[in-house]
Write a protein that binds this ligand. Structure first.
Ligand SMILES: *[C@@H]1O[C@H](CO)[C@@H](O)[C@H](O)[C@H]1NC(C)=O
Ligand SMILES: *[C@@H]1O[C@H](CO)[C@@H](O)[C@H](O)[C@H]1NC(C)=O
Ligand SMILES: *[C@@H]1O[C@H](CO)[C@@H](O)[C@H](O)[C@H]1NC(C)=O
Ligand SMILES: *[C@@H]1O[C@H](CO)[C@@H](O)[C@H](O)[C@H]1NC(C)=O
Length: 959
């Protein structure tokens, strides 16, 4: 084919008003190819749906969306629905003289509809242009020659003007759909002569005027939808002549008057929607004769009188909507016969009496309404209690009983409603509590109980309603704290707890709720600091006002420094060693714990001094900085300096004393301070391993605080005192070496490594300490510290790297009492010398007015306890954050998730109650105020009771 010629033809076909028939080419060119190529040239085809439309083809019959007559090869069907085409419907189409079906629905076609479309294509039977962006009006003569037209739809476009009067000439028309346009004016008279019409949809336009009596002529009509227009006047009784009608939708007009009695002739009608009109009068009894009805909507009219009992005859009824009328009396019990009912809405009427027994009766309901999914009885004057029977409505998805006069409690059977998404019981006079079973309604998205007289606490089981978006409990008498579990409801968007009697502080985790946009807690008795972050950064003062104790920037009231909750070790709880569960006193009375130190029953960790976490953190940070810089300094000792010589042979250089009696160092001394044997470094010096008498390994500590050390006399006196200490959990001091420039302490050597290494440097977690190991370490350390304190020695430097484990895992505390060797107990020196004791340092070190006592060891011990249980370092440095272990654990405990802190490596392998009790002990020991911390002896007792609540703790040994 000659390309130039077809382009010329195309050009002509597009530009000329009507292309002259061209049949002179050889082989003869198919008109339809030409027409379709021209049609395509007017369109944009982003999805290349029309790629197969090749102008070089002789026939278009194989093209996408095209069907031809098998004999003539003329195009009979063009079906391009949903092809994403945009542009205008060009004149090329008018070439398709044999076209029966034109379907271009759901594209993006714009412009006007060709006024000659129907009259030019006389063979058209089906035209579907719905779901496009067509505009303009259809001329009066549009349907002039539409004798063969059976289906016509231009629904969902932007067409305007009147419906063409010529529509009356479509003598074969079965379906007319002009819905969702902007057609205006009155119903065209021609329409009433279309007695072949089975479906008429003119809904969602701007039609006005009365329906007229001629509607009765459409006696083939199966479905009529005139909804959402501006039709007025009465519903003509002639509609009863359309006896084949199955679906009638006249809703959202301004129709008035009564329901015409002729409606009862529509015995096939299953869908009747007259909602949102101005209809009035009573609903007649004959409504019960419309037995086919599945959906009956008379909502938002002016109907009055009682709901007729004959409703109960409608056994197929699935949807009944009588809302927004003036119905009085009670809902007839016969409604319970409507066994197919899925949605019942009688809200906004004047109904009185008890809630329908067939829905709410306790036990088995009399009616068979079991499939109901939506039930709305709101805004009436129903009274009485909500029967527990509604728990049997297992399919219920929405229940609205709000704004009635209901009394009594919310039945616990609410928990049986597993599909319930919306529950609104607001604005009644319900009393009792919010049942904890509410948590069983796991699909709840919206829970509204506001404006009742509910008391008790917000059940923590609410956490199970994980889809909850709205929680409105305002204007009740709820008490207690806001459960921290609420923070697990990650879908929460709107929370209103205002005007209750809630107390306590706000759970911090609420700040993590990402979708929360409204949070109203005003007018309660809440206290404490507002959480930081999330919604709380911009919360309006109105949402928190009326709470005396709330502090924070929003309410323009500064918070007292730190006020953590008191931690209570419950002495009445007993720990069943078999189950690891705590059982209440009485159940196992003989296991009752007798706590000798009553002060421990409830030890408040509340801070009274202003030194807060910040001070400690700053101090620790400073200490850390020096640690880092120091580690860069090369090790000062080498094998070649004077200390490789035997100190015993050089009487001028110093004195070696072994408490065991034999100062025989001769063989090992050359390696005494070989840096290759360095074991570690601490605040008071480096530690080396060496062997004396060829077989006896010892650890040597070289004190690096020489300039601060006391005179030889004092030094020796103190060291000898330390040397006399004997305890199974204490690293034995074997001897010392003294010169004016060098002091060495000689300790027993332990092969097991430090607790620090076991906790934080265990390779691959393989040698992880078990729960029992850990507990024994804690207990042993406690006993040792108790022993030291009894001996009037403060350790000053308790930390995991100073607790060594012997070969059987028994803890041995080292590095004790060294501060006694300093000329004076300077707290600055102490805090800087105990340099790796990050996070272990008690707050009083930062506060010159507080005397430092053995309670500083208790603090360090508490941190060590938490470190052992959690497997985390006392202070961890993140990208831009410092996590202080005891703060983190305290927070977790307050939120009731203490067990989540336990070392991951122990997951599932520890008794929860025991671990939580140990955590509590750790936190009590880290109280900010020294006097709030227990004595170490008390801590030992508590640990024994935690382990063995029966009191027979003797086998644990004594210190
Ligand atoms: C119509 O066009 C708009 C943008 O022009 C596009 O977003 C939309 O998806 C199109 N619709 C269809 C049915 O192709
Ligand atoms: C309800 O009826 C069923 C069977 O009709 C019976 O098995 C069940 O026990 C009844 N339940 C109550 C609470 O009466
Ligand atoms: C709830 O109110 C009713 C009266 O309406 C009263 O009899 C009942 O004791 C109240 N229940 C509670 C738990 O307060
Ligand atoms: C423990 O029990 C005693 C007496 O049974 C009781 O007085 C005390 O309040 C209880 N303590 C706690 C913390 O439950």
């Amino acid at each position: 084919m000659n390309k130039v010629s077809i382009f010329t033809l195309l050009f002509l076909s597009v530009v000329l008003p009507f292309p002259p028939p061209v049949r002179s080419l050889d082989p003869p060119l198919n008109d339809d190819v030409l027409g379709l190529v021209a049609f395509k040239s007017d369109l944009r085809d982003p999805d290349q749906k029309l790629a197969s439309w090749n102008e070089d083809d002789y026939t278009p019959c194989a093209w996408n969306g095209v069907k031809c007559h098998p004999r003539t090869n003329r195009v009979t069907e063009l079906t391009l629905d949903g092809f994403s085409l945009s542009g205008r419907i060009g004149r090329g189409l008018l070439q398709l003289q044999s076209l029966h079906k034109l379907s271009l629905s759901n594209n993006n076609l714009t412009g006007t509809v060709n006024p000659n479309l129907i009259s030019s294509l006389g063979s058209l039977k089906v035209v579907d242009l719905s779901g496009n962006g067509l505009s303009g009006s259809l001329p009066d003569g549009f349907f002039r020659q539409c004798g063969s037209l059976r289906v016509f739809s231009v629904a969902e476009n932007k067409l305007t003007g009147k419906i063409p009067v010529s529509v009356g000439s479509c003598s074969s028309l079965a379906s007319l759909n002009l819905s969702s346009n902007r057609f205006s004016g009155s119903m065209p008279l021609g329409i009433w002569s279309l007695n072949t019409l089975r479906s008429l949809d003119l809904s969602r336009n701007e039609l006005e005027g009365e329906l007229g009596t001629k509607i009765g002529r459409l006696n083939n009509l199966r479905a009529i939808d005139l909804s959402r227009n501006r039709l007025s006047g009465p519903i003509p009784s002639e509609i009863g002549s359309c006896m084949l009608l199955k679906s009638v939708d006249l809703s959202e007009n301004s129709l008035s008057g009564n329901l015409p009695d002729t409606f009862q002739q529509l015995s096939l009608c299953y869908y009747l929607n007259l909602g949102r009109n101005l209809l009035d009068g009573e609903v007649p009894k004959w409504i019960g004769e419309m037995r086919s009805l599945e959906s009956l909507d008379l909502s938002m009219n002016k109907f009055s009188g009682e709901v007729p009992g004959s409703i109960g005859n409608l056994l197929r009824l699935k949807v009944l909507n009588f809302s927004g009328n003036g119905f009085i009396g009670s809902l007839p019990d016969s409604t319970g016969n409507c066994i197919s009912l899925m949605a019942l809405d009688v809200s906004g009427n004047l109904l009185t009496g008890k809630l329908p027994v067939w829905l709410f009766q306790d036990g088995n309901s009399t009616g068979g309404v079991k499939k109901i999914q939506v039930l709305d009885l709101s805004c009436n004057s129903f009274s009485g209690v909500i029967g527990a029977g509604f728990g049997g409505l297992r399919d219920l998805q929405g229940l609205n009983l709000s704004r009635n006069s209901l009394t009594g409690p919310i039945p616990s059977t609410i928990g049986d409603l597993k599909h319930l998404g919306v529950l609104d019981l607001s604005h009644n006079q319900l009393n009792g509590t919010v049942p904890k079973e509410t948590g069983g309604a796991v699909s709840l998205e919206e829970l509204r109980l506001e404006n009742n007289m509910l008391e008790g606490t917000i059940p923590s089981s609410i956490k199970n309603c994980s889809s909850l978006q709205s929680l409105i409990l305002s204007h009740n008498k709820l008490q207690g704290a806001i459960p921290p579990e609420m923070a697990r409801l990650t879908n929460l968007q709107e929370v209103d707890l205002s005007f209750n009697d809630l107390t306590g502080t706000l759970p911090k985790q609420l700040a993590n709720l990402g979708y929360l946009h409204t949070f109203n807690i005003s007018h309660n008795h809440l206290s404490g600091e507002l959480p930081a972050g999330g919604l709380f950064n911009g919360i309006s003062p109105d949402s928190v006002s009326g709470n005396q104790g709330i502090c924070g920037a929003v309410v323009n009231k500064s918070c007292p420094a730190v006020s953590p909750k008191p931690i209570v070790l419950n002495p009445n709880a007993t720990f069943d060693p078999d189950s690891g569960e705590a059982t209440p006193l009485g159940a196992v009375g003989h296991k009752r714990i007798l706590l000798s130190i009553s002060s421990l029953i409830a030890i408040s960790a509340a801070a009274a001094i202003v030194v807060g976490v910040i001070a400690i953190t700053v101090l620790n940070l400073r200490v850390r900085a020096t640690t880092v810089s120091r580690s860069a300094v090369p090790i000062a000792f080498s094998g070649g300096d004077d200390f490789s010589r035997s100190p015993t042979t050089d009487s001028n250089s110093g004195k070696l004393v072994m408490f065991s009696g034999e100062p025989d160092f001769s063989t090992g001394t050359h390696a005494l301070l070989n840096k290759d044997c360095e074991l570690g470094r601490g605040g008071f010096g480096a530690v080396y391993r060496t062997v004396i008498r060829d077989e006896y390994p010892v650890a040597i500590k070289k004190l690096t605080v020489s300039s601060l050390v006391k005179s030889q006399e004092e030094f020796e006196r103190e060291v000898k005192k330390l040397g006399k200490l004997r305890h199974t959990n204490l690293v034995k001091l074997e001897g010392y070496y003294w010169t004016t420039s060098l002091q060495l302490l000689i300790y027993e050597f332990l092969s097991g490594g430090s607790l620090y290494k076991h906790l934080h440097e265990a390779p691959g977690g393989s040698s992880t300490l078990s729960w029992n190991d850990r507990f024994n370490v804690i207990l042993g350390t406690a006993k040792c510290l108790a022993y030291l304190h009894q001996s009037n020695i403060i350790h000053y430097n308790i930390k995991s790297s100073n607790v060594l484990l012997d070969s059987s895992g028994e803890p041995k505390v080292g590095d004790y009492g060294l501060a006694r060797l300093l000329p004076m107990l300077d707290r600055y020196v102490l805090s800087s010398k105990i340099q790796s004791a990050l996070g272990y340092m008690a707050p009083e070190f930062a506060c010159r007015t507080v005397k430092i006592t053995e309670k500083c060891d208790v603090y360090g011990f508490g941190v060590l306890v938490l470190e052992v249980v959690t497997g985390k370092k006392p202070v961890e440095y993140m990208e831009d954050d410092v996590v202080v272990l005891c703060d983190m654990v305290r927070e977790a405990l307050e939120d009731g998730r203490a067990e989540e802190c336990v070392d991951m490596r122990l997951q599932g392998k520890f008794p929860v109650e025991e671990a939580v009790a140990v955590i509590k002990l750790g936190l009590i020991c880290t109280s900010q105020v020294p006097s709030s911390r227990p004595h170490m002896g008390e801590a030992v007792n508590i640990l024994r009771m935690i382990r063995c609540p029966s009191g027979s703790s003797d086998e644990l040994g004594s210190s």
